[in-house]
Design a protein around this ligand. Structure first.
Ligand code: FAD
Length: 287
């Protein structure tokens, strides 16, 4: 089923994000968790694509299993950084052959060993070009990324919104946000989208904080700001056994507020943690 059809049926979705294990780790480490994630009955599960195209085969394999074995819709992330057109076309075909209906089409970040990667030399310099290409080949439901606080490369949020509009106009069915820790940022972002006439559904992505250093690293990489309430929480619990509980409660409060405010759906970044996801689902009344 296409995720876009869920929105057409006015469904307020609850979805999960998982990531494939490192290539040196057996794929069964995530396969073993799929049953537990599926038993929580999310509307769909998205599977990330390894930075720079690493682990790409694993994304398709896991997304295919989620759908084929557990009957839960999957969303396969797909980045084009560093790929030839032949590789991109082969991946599109593989996803089609594996019966995957939903893709999250992304440009991707520079490879870790080449932080100054020149995107103008990439087959597609921007996600919008990848989306146009996929649309010209197959009839997938296509999601794309958006950034309530602006993409880290963008010097002005209005430029980012301008390019977001161009991207959506290439045939994006829905958007998923970068993680954020202050819901007011997301509500303001929704208001800005209206002024740019971006009208597709937008799913806020929420990540629970398990460790203070983990979240500082991720937030500094993606440019998410830390509200005072979260900084105080990290000061109080960071480095203690209570950090995880406090982080789960913080994420649950964010999610409850978003759902109560009638968002199109919420996307929970599970960090592959079944136990924490179950607690969050219970906290928000979905389990
Ligand atoms: P784009 O939409 O191409 O935007 C990138 C930058 O280019 C922005 O600053 C934008 O304003 C600018 N831009 C866009 N179009 C133009 C134009 N025509 N001219 C000039 N500038 C332009 N990365 C992974 O490696 N694997 C994943 O699985 C993954 N999943 C993600 C999921 C979500 C929900 C999000 C929010 C991000 C994810 N990322 C993932 C990270 C993503 O790959 C990076 O943020 C990447 O730097 C940008 O990808 P994009 O698709 O948003 O790019």
């Amino acid at each position: 089923m296409k995720i876009s059809d869920m929105f057409k049926n006015n469904k307020q979705t609850v979805s999960f994000e998982i990531f494939p294990p490192k290539l040196t780790t057996p794929i069964e480490t995530i396969f073993d968790k799929l049953g537990d994630f599926a038993s929580m009955k999310p509307d769909f599960i998205s599977v990330t694509y390894g930075a720079g195209g690493s682990k790409k085969g694993r994304t398709v394999e896991i997304a295919s299993k989620i759908k084929g074995e557990y009957g839960i819709e999957s969303l396969a992330h797909f980045t084009c950084v560093g790929h030839s057109i032949e590789e991109i076309n082969a991946l599109i075909k593989e996803m089609k052959d594996e019966n995957i209906d939903n893709l999250l089409a992304l440009r991707g970040d520079p490879p870790a060993d080449n932080p100054d990667f020149d995107f103008s030399k990439n087959v597609f310099a921007h996600a919008s070009e990848l989306i146009k290409h996929i649309r010209s080949k197959e009839n997938f439901c296509i999601g794309a990324a958006c950034y309530p606080e602006g993409h880290v490369d963008s010097t002005r949020i209005k430029h980012d919104l301008h390019y977001l509009k161009l991207k959506v106009d290439q045939g994006v069915d829905f958007l998923i946000t970068q993680l954020f820790f202050d819901n007011r940022i997301f509500y303001d972002f929704l208001d800005k989208l209206i002024t740019y006439n971006i009208t597709c559904p937008v799913l806020p992505s929420i990540m629970p904080v398990f460790k203070a250093d983990q979240i500082k690293r991720i937030a500094s990489m993606c440019g998410a700001s830390m509200p005072a309430k979260l900084v105080l929480l990290l000061d109080k619990y960071g480095g203690t056994d209570d950090m995880q509980k406090a982080g789960i409660e913080y994420a649950s409060e964010q999610l409850k507020d978003l759902l109560d405010n009638g968002v199109d759906g919420v996307h929970i970044n599970t960090m592959n943690r079944v136990d924490a996801t179950q607690t969050i689902m219970q906290n928000i009344g979905k389990l």
